[in-house]
Ligand binder design. Structure first.
Ligand code: FAD
Ligand code: NAP
Length: 544
């Protein structure tokens, strides 16, 4: 058995990395256990061509160190996976994080030892680790979902998943490539695969709403302006619904909207006539549809926006039949995470790209050399799964967490995750989750959400020490009341519309309980609630 640190952290993505730094600052000893071979989490695993961030890097970056902000240059406004991973490596080197990290160590059980009052973690290789506190920084999108398709084992070609892309370059030149999935990952990788492959076949189940990705090189004066104003920009992030400041470089400070869809004007799409709607799209692009507040709550307004979106697809795609297949019809804008695209629809104008509509012609089986649908066989050398993740709860379930009396988290969460503030579960004392279900998490700039959670957890552990306490877990009432509140604020939004089947709801995984997992009430409101707990001696928790 290894030496016993104060805190064990599982995962070395941005959450686990910051945890090492912060906990050390607080005088705690810490050990991070990571399944991958190095730091970076999401950006270590998702190396597919086209992988990139949809939050500007000057905002999707740590705010805890002004020196770090000053010294790191971002080459682009929205960074590529390579640049974000380079940043993660720089942070790990600069703060000497790796000395408290152990890589290639997948944790397969996390058990509370009530008699000894410790968390005991066991790795796949059988190594045992113990500590009084355990932080699951295991990520919301870290367990790739590979659907079980009939005949999957029969396929002799190369099989890839966007979320587990190989480290060595994959040469697809001249290859017949198939891809399943048209979510954010699929939309990013499809144009890149089309450029590289001999022929690309896209197997689409649900058409996707996308908005154009704004890809620009970073201007030196913009970066400099951010550096000069970073403290107030970080402050603005703290007050914004999604943790993004909305600071407009070269134009001065202006707070971003504080609710999704809100802009300076509160005009709804239903307040405009058909001509005004067309004019505003011609001027500002299809992404402006997301700026009308009624699109998020009023089904009629949403359908008006959807119809306008379909017109845009019709214009972008030359072949009318292909355009029809690419038009979202059965669910609304705003139900899923916004997808950013570059050349996605245009890719279907290429002669070497085929779109297969799985709603009309489902996959019957994989064969040794391709995919058989209900009407044709598609010969393939390579099959790419861009089929997403068992999101938010997947990594926690796979770690086999057991709390007091041997209760499995999988049992506690059988009908969906219940956690107080997305930070702790009753029955699992001294175990914390970072950006867990019930917190703003994936609805927020994740770097902001991560820092807030790690800071809160660190302060909590120190408070326990300073007040000679050893335990903390939520009161049953706090947990239930918070779960009800999380549901209540999500009700009536497009996120939970009956037609919506998103990974936010667990709907992408067969058999998973349908429950809206992140907290939609906004980051500031959530943060204030967490701060109240800290300031008042954790009244929503049982401590001792
Ligand atoms: P992760 O980065 O997922 O790290 C978790 C780590 O835990 C992983 O390295 C994993 O290997 C490890 N782990 C899990 N289980 C175990 C175990 N049992 N034992 C040992 N190790 C384990 N967010 C945004 O805000 N903006 C974006 O633009 C954005 N783009 C994204 C693009 C992609 C392709 C994906 C997949 C996600 C994106 N996200 C984005 C979300 C992204 O996951 C977060 O921004 C952030 O990187 C999460 O950091 P984390 O440390 O919480 O989790
Ligand atoms: P996703 O959004 O869940 O999309 C998965 C895709 O695979 C969907 O098109 C889905 O179709 C399809 N699929 C799943 N199972 C299938 C099956 N059995 N048969 C056919 N099709 C199937 O996953 P993702 O694209 O990896 O994105 C997940 C999240 O990661 C994003 O929402 C975002 O938060 C993050 N991300 C962000 C970026 C970025 O731009 N920064 C890029 C990539 C990922 P259905 O819709 O029919 O289920």
């Amino acid at each position: 058995m290894n030496d016993r640190p104060d805190v064990l952290v599982v995962g070395a993505g941005f959450a686990g990395m910051y945890a090492v730094h912060r906990f050390r600052e607080l005088g705690l000893t810490v050990r991070v256990l990571e399944a991958g071979g190095d730091v970076g989490g999401t950006w270590y695993w998702n190396r597919y061509p086209g992988s990139r961030c949809d939050v500007p890097s000057l905002e999707y970056s740590y705010g805890f160190s002004p020196e770090l902000e000053r010294e790191w240059d971002w080459p682009e406004v929205f960074s590529s996976q390579e640049d974000i991973l380079a940043y993660a490596n720089h942070v790990a080197d600069r703060f000497d994080l790796r000395r408290d990290m152990q890589f290639d160590t997948r944790i397969v059980s996390v058990n509370y030892q009530e008699d000894e009052d410790v968390w005991r973690l066991t790795s796949e290789a059988g190594e045992v680790f113990e500590a009084p506190f355990c932080v699951m920084a295991t990520g919301c999108l870290s367990v790739p979902n590979t659907p079980r398709l009939p005949g999957a084992d029969a396929f002799d070609g190369l099989v890839l998943h966007t979320g587990l892309w190989p480290h060595e370059p994959v040469d697809l030149t001249g290859k017949r490539v198939g891809i399943i999935g048209t979510g954010s990952s699929g939309v990013q990788v499809i144009p890149e695969l089309a450029r590289q492959a001999g022929h690309l076949c896209v197997f689409q189940r649900t058409p996707v709403y996308t908005v154009p990705a704004n890809r620009k090189a970073m201007r030196a004066d913009v970066q400099q302006e951010f550096r000069e104003n970073y403290r107030s920009i970080r402050e603005m992030q703290q007050r914004n619904m999604g943790g993004v400041s909305g600071y407009r470089p070269l134009r001065g400070a202006r707070a971003a909207p504080s609710v999704p869809g809100e802009r300076a004007s509160r005009t709804g799409i239903l307040d405009l006539d058909a001509e005004q709607r067309r004019a505003i799209i011609a001027e500002r692009g299809v992404e402006t549809l997301l700026n009308f507040p009624d699109v998020y709550t009023d089904p009629e307004a949403n359908e008006v926006a959807n119809a306008l979106y379909r017109d845009a697809v019709r214009e972008a795609v030359r072949d009318p039949e292909t355009a029809q297949k690419l038009m979202p019809k059965d669910y609304g804008l705003g139900c899923k995470r916004q997808v950013l695209d570059r050349d996605f629809f245009e890719t279907f104008n290429r002669d070497d790209v085929t779109l297969v509509d799985l709603r009309r012609t489902p996959i019957e089986t994989l064969t040794s050399d391709g995919v058989m649908t209900s009407d044709a066989h598609y010969d393939l050398d390579v099959l790419v799964y861009a089929t997403g993740f068992d999101a938010m709860t997947g990594a926690l379930m796979r770690a086999n967490v057991r709390g007091r009396n041997g209760q499995a988290l999988a049992d506690k969460w059988r009908y969906g995750p219940v956690a107080y503030l997305g930070l702790q579960m009753r029955g699992f004392p001294n175990l914390f989750t970072v950006t867990g279900p019930g917190s703003p998490s994936v609805l927020c700039n994740m770097l902001v959400a991560i820092e807030q959670h790690v800071n809160w957890i660190g302060d909590c552990i120190i408070w326990l020490r300073e007040t000679s306490r050893t335990h903390i877990e939520p009161l049953a009432d706090s947990e239930t009341e918070w779960a009800a509140h999380v549901n209540e604020v999500a009700e009536g939004t497009m996120y939970t519309a009956p037609s919506c089947n998103s990974w936010y709801l667990g709907a992408n995984i067969p058999g998973k309980a349908r429950l809206f997992m992140p907290y939609v009430g906004g980051y500031p409101r959530y943060r204030e609630r967490c701060e109240r707990e800290t300031a008042s001696g954790y009244p929503g928790f049982e401590t001792g």
